[in-house]
Design a protein around this ligand. Structure first.
Ligand code: SAH
Length: 219
Protein backbone atom coordinates (compact mmCIF):
# COMPACT_ATOMS: atom_id res chain seq x y z
CA UNK A 1 0.00 0.00 0.00
CA UNK A 2 1.43 3.35 -1.03
CA UNK A 3 0.94 7.01 -0.48
CA UNK A 4 -1.24 8.81 -3.05
CA UNK A 5 -2.57 12.27 -3.92
CA UNK A 6 -5.75 11.39 -2.04
CA UNK A 7 -3.85 10.77 1.22
CA UNK A 8 -1.54 13.72 0.68
CA UNK A 9 -4.58 16.00 0.33
CA UNK A 10 -6.16 14.50 3.48
CA UNK A 11 -2.87 15.14 5.34
CA UNK A 12 -2.82 18.78 4.28
CA UNK A 13 -6.37 19.15 5.63
CA UNK A 14 -5.33 17.45 8.89
CA UNK A 15 -2.37 19.84 9.24
CA UNK A 16 -4.70 22.81 8.76
CA UNK A 17 -7.01 21.37 11.44
CA UNK A 18 -4.34 20.85 14.12
CA UNK A 19 -2.83 24.26 13.31
CA UNK A 20 -6.24 25.78 14.03
CA UNK A 21 -6.33 23.83 17.29
CA UNK A 22 -3.08 25.48 18.39
CA UNK A 23 -0.02 23.66 17.02
CA UNK A 24 2.51 26.35 16.12
CA UNK A 25 5.79 24.60 15.37
CA UNK A 26 6.42 24.66 11.61
CA UNK A 27 8.77 21.68 11.93
CA UNK A 28 6.07 19.61 13.69
CA UNK A 29 3.39 20.58 11.16
CA UNK A 30 5.76 19.62 8.34
CA UNK A 31 6.48 16.27 10.00
CA UNK A 32 2.73 15.53 10.31
CA UNK A 33 2.33 16.44 6.65
CA UNK A 34 5.15 14.09 5.72
CA UNK A 35 4.30 10.88 7.62
CA UNK A 36 1.71 8.64 5.87
CA UNK A 37 -0.50 7.94 8.90
CA UNK A 38 -2.79 5.62 6.92
CA UNK A 39 0.05 3.05 6.71
CA UNK A 40 -0.11 2.72 10.53
CA UNK A 41 -3.76 1.65 10.30
CA UNK A 42 -5.55 -1.57 9.76
CA UNK A 43 -6.72 -1.60 6.11
CA UNK A 44 -10.40 -1.74 7.03
CA UNK A 45 -10.23 1.62 8.84
CA UNK A 46 -8.27 3.49 6.18
CA UNK A 47 -10.90 6.17 5.71
CA UNK A 48 -10.44 7.29 9.31
CA UNK A 49 -6.66 7.64 9.10
CA UNK A 50 -6.70 11.42 8.76
CA UNK A 51 -9.46 12.22 11.22
CA UNK A 52 -8.12 14.00 14.26
CA UNK A 53 -8.87 11.24 16.73
CA UNK A 54 -7.32 8.23 18.42
CA UNK A 55 -8.00 4.83 16.92
CA UNK A 56 -7.78 1.17 17.91
CA UNK A 57 -4.69 -0.64 16.64
CA UNK A 58 -5.26 -4.08 18.17
CA UNK A 59 -4.11 -5.65 21.46
CA UNK A 60 -6.43 -3.20 23.23
CA UNK A 61 -4.12 -0.30 22.30
CA UNK A 62 -4.59 2.92 20.37
CA UNK A 63 -2.73 5.13 17.92
CA UNK A 64 -2.77 8.58 19.55
CA UNK A 65 -4.83 11.43 18.13
CA UNK A 66 -2.75 13.46 15.60
CA UNK A 67 -3.24 16.63 17.70
CA UNK A 68 -1.81 14.82 20.73
CA UNK A 69 1.16 13.49 18.74
CA UNK A 70 1.83 17.01 17.45
CA UNK A 71 1.34 18.57 20.90
CA UNK A 72 3.76 16.20 22.63
CA UNK A 73 6.27 16.62 19.78
CA UNK A 74 6.04 20.40 20.12
CA UNK A 75 6.57 20.28 23.90
CA UNK A 76 9.56 17.98 23.38
CA UNK A 77 11.32 20.70 21.34
CA UNK A 78 13.31 18.19 19.28
CA UNK A 79 16.48 19.41 17.58
CA UNK A 80 17.90 17.63 14.52
CA UNK A 81 20.26 14.87 15.66
CA UNK A 82 18.75 14.57 19.16
CA UNK A 83 18.51 11.08 20.61
CA UNK A 84 14.90 10.56 21.68
CA UNK A 85 13.65 7.67 23.80
CA UNK A 86 9.94 6.86 23.49
CA UNK A 87 7.91 4.71 25.87
CA UNK A 88 4.94 3.05 24.12
CA UNK A 89 5.77 2.39 20.45
CA UNK A 90 2.19 1.28 19.74
CA UNK A 91 1.64 1.67 15.99
CA UNK A 92 4.99 3.45 15.55
CA UNK A 93 3.33 6.65 14.29
CA UNK A 94 4.75 8.95 16.99
CA UNK A 95 8.22 7.46 16.39
CA UNK A 96 7.90 8.15 12.66
CA UNK A 97 6.95 11.78 13.37
CA UNK A 98 9.97 12.18 15.68
CA UNK A 99 12.19 10.63 13.01
CA UNK A 100 10.76 13.10 10.45
CA UNK A 101 11.84 15.87 12.87
CA UNK A 102 15.42 14.66 12.48
CA UNK A 103 15.69 12.69 15.74
CA UNK A 104 17.40 9.35 16.27
CA UNK A 105 14.60 7.45 17.97
CA UNK A 106 14.68 4.48 20.32
CA UNK A 107 11.23 3.22 21.21
CA UNK A 108 10.11 0.57 23.67
CA UNK A 109 6.83 -1.40 23.71
CA UNK A 110 5.51 -4.03 26.12
CA UNK A 111 3.42 -5.85 23.48
CA UNK A 112 5.68 -8.10 21.42
CA UNK A 113 3.27 -8.23 18.48
CA UNK A 114 2.85 -4.45 18.29
CA UNK A 115 6.60 -3.96 18.66
CA UNK A 116 7.37 -6.39 15.81
CA UNK A 117 4.74 -4.90 13.49
CA UNK A 118 5.92 -1.34 14.16
CA UNK A 119 9.56 -2.36 13.65
CA UNK A 120 8.86 -3.82 10.19
CA UNK A 121 6.79 -0.83 9.10
CA UNK A 122 9.25 1.79 10.37
CA UNK A 123 12.11 -0.01 8.65
CA UNK A 124 10.22 -0.21 5.37
CA UNK A 125 9.57 3.55 5.57
CA UNK A 126 13.26 4.25 6.18
CA UNK A 127 12.63 5.86 9.57
CA UNK A 128 15.52 6.37 11.97
CA UNK A 129 13.88 4.30 14.74
CA UNK A 130 15.14 1.33 16.73
CA UNK A 131 12.34 -0.71 18.32
CA UNK A 132 12.75 -2.55 21.62
CA UNK A 133 10.44 -5.00 23.35
CA UNK A 134 10.44 -4.43 27.12
CA UNK A 135 9.36 -2.38 30.11
CA UNK A 136 9.41 1.38 29.67
CA UNK A 137 9.49 1.97 33.45
CA UNK A 138 13.12 0.87 33.43
CA UNK A 139 14.09 3.00 30.44
CA UNK A 140 16.94 1.73 28.28
CA UNK A 141 20.03 1.99 30.50
CA UNK A 142 22.33 0.50 27.83
CA UNK A 143 21.63 3.46 25.51
CA UNK A 144 21.14 6.26 28.06
CA UNK A 145 21.44 9.19 28.56
CA UNK A 146 18.94 10.76 26.15
CA UNK A 147 18.40 14.34 24.96
CA UNK A 148 14.66 13.85 25.09
CA UNK A 149 12.24 11.28 26.53
CA UNK A 150 8.56 11.02 25.57
CA UNK A 151 6.04 8.78 27.30
CA UNK A 152 2.91 8.01 25.27
CA UNK A 153 1.02 6.02 27.91
CA UNK A 154 -0.59 7.28 31.15
CA UNK A 155 2.06 7.13 33.88
CA UNK A 156 0.69 6.87 37.45
CA UNK A 157 3.89 8.62 38.62
CA UNK A 158 7.13 9.91 37.08
CA UNK A 159 9.50 6.93 36.86
CA UNK A 160 12.81 7.67 38.57
CA UNK A 161 14.74 5.65 35.99
CA UNK A 162 13.52 7.93 33.22
CA UNK A 163 14.65 11.06 35.12
CA UNK A 164 18.04 9.45 35.66
CA UNK A 165 18.37 8.62 31.97
CA UNK A 166 17.87 12.22 30.87
CA UNK A 167 20.93 14.28 29.87
CA UNK A 168 21.59 17.62 31.59
CA UNK A 169 19.41 20.20 29.75
CA UNK A 170 17.22 17.28 28.63
CA UNK A 171 13.43 17.27 28.47
CA UNK A 172 10.88 14.61 29.49
CA UNK A 173 7.29 14.92 28.25
CA UNK A 174 4.88 12.64 30.11
CA UNK A 175 1.13 12.41 30.78
CA UNK A 176 0.86 11.79 34.54
CA UNK A 177 -2.17 10.43 36.36
CA UNK A 178 -3.99 7.17 36.97
CA UNK A 179 -7.61 8.33 36.52
CA UNK A 180 -9.47 8.67 33.23
CA UNK A 181 -7.46 11.77 32.33
CA UNK A 182 -3.86 12.76 32.89
CA UNK A 183 -1.98 16.04 33.09
CA UNK A 184 0.64 16.58 30.42
CA UNK A 185 3.91 17.48 32.12
CA UNK A 186 7.19 18.79 30.74
CA UNK A 187 10.14 18.18 33.02
CA UNK A 188 13.48 19.79 32.32
CA UNK A 189 16.73 18.63 33.83
CA UNK A 190 18.98 21.62 34.46
CA UNK A 191 22.71 21.62 33.70
CA UNK A 192 23.21 20.99 37.47
CA UNK A 193 20.89 17.96 37.43
CA UNK A 194 17.90 19.62 39.13
CA UNK A 195 14.37 19.30 37.76
CA UNK A 196 11.73 21.88 36.86
CA UNK A 197 8.17 20.92 35.95
CA UNK A 198 5.58 22.67 33.79
CA UNK A 199 1.98 21.50 33.46
CA UNK A 200 -0.16 21.59 30.36
CA UNK A 201 -3.72 20.42 29.63
CA UNK A 202 -5.63 17.21 30.29
CA UNK A 203 -5.25 14.23 28.00
CA UNK A 204 -6.48 10.61 27.96
CA UNK A 205 -3.98 7.83 27.30
CA UNK A 206 -4.07 4.05 27.79
CA UNK A 207 -2.25 3.12 31.02
CA UNK A 208 1.49 2.58 31.34
CA UNK A 209 1.41 -0.83 32.97
CA UNK A 210 3.87 -2.31 35.46
CA UNK A 211 5.44 -5.52 34.18
CA UNK A 212 3.82 -7.38 37.11
CA UNK A 213 0.38 -6.58 35.55
CA UNK A 214 1.24 -7.61 32.00
CA UNK A 215 -0.19 -11.11 32.29
CA UNK A 216 -3.47 -10.12 33.82
CA UNK A 217 -4.30 -6.89 31.99
CA UNK A 218 -4.31 -6.44 28.27
CA UNK A 219 -5.25 -2.76 28.00
N1 SAH B 1 2.93 6.13 20.54
C1 SAH B 1 1.88 5.23 20.04
C2 SAH B 1 0.64 5.20 20.92
C3 SAH B 1 0.92 4.45 22.14
S1 SAH B 1 -0.41 3.83 23.06
C4 SAH B 1 1.51 5.53 18.62
O1 SAH B 1 1.99 6.53 18.06
O2 SAH B 1 0.77 4.73 18.03
C5 SAH B 1 0.57 3.36 24.48
C6 SAH B 1 1.42 2.15 24.29
O3 SAH B 1 2.20 1.98 25.47
C7 SAH B 1 0.64 0.87 24.11
O4 SAH B 1 0.99 0.24 22.90
C8 SAH B 1 1.04 0.01 25.33
O5 SAH B 1 1.13 -1.36 25.04
C9 SAH B 1 2.39 0.60 25.70
N2 SAH B 1 2.80 0.39 27.10
C10 SAH B 1 2.03 0.40 28.23
N3 SAH B 1 2.78 0.18 29.32
C11 SAH B 1 4.07 0.02 28.88
C12 SAH B 1 5.31 -0.26 29.54
N4 SAH B 1 5.40 -0.41 30.87
N5 SAH B 1 6.42 -0.38 28.77
C13 SAH B 1 6.36 -0.24 27.41
N6 SAH B 1 5.21 0.02 26.74
C14 SAH B 1 4.08 0.15 27.46
Amino acid sequence: MDDSFKYQALRKALVAEIKKKGIKSIAVLQAIEKVPRHLFFNRSFLNSAYEDRAFKIGEGQTISQPFTVAYQSELLDVRKGDTVFEVGTGSGYQSAVLSALGAKVLSIERHKKLSDTAKDLLESLGCNVKCFYGDGYKGLPMFAPFDRIIVTAAAPYIPEDLLNQLKPNGILVIPEGSGTTQIMKRIRKTAEGKFTTEEFGNFAFVPMLKSTDWDTKNH
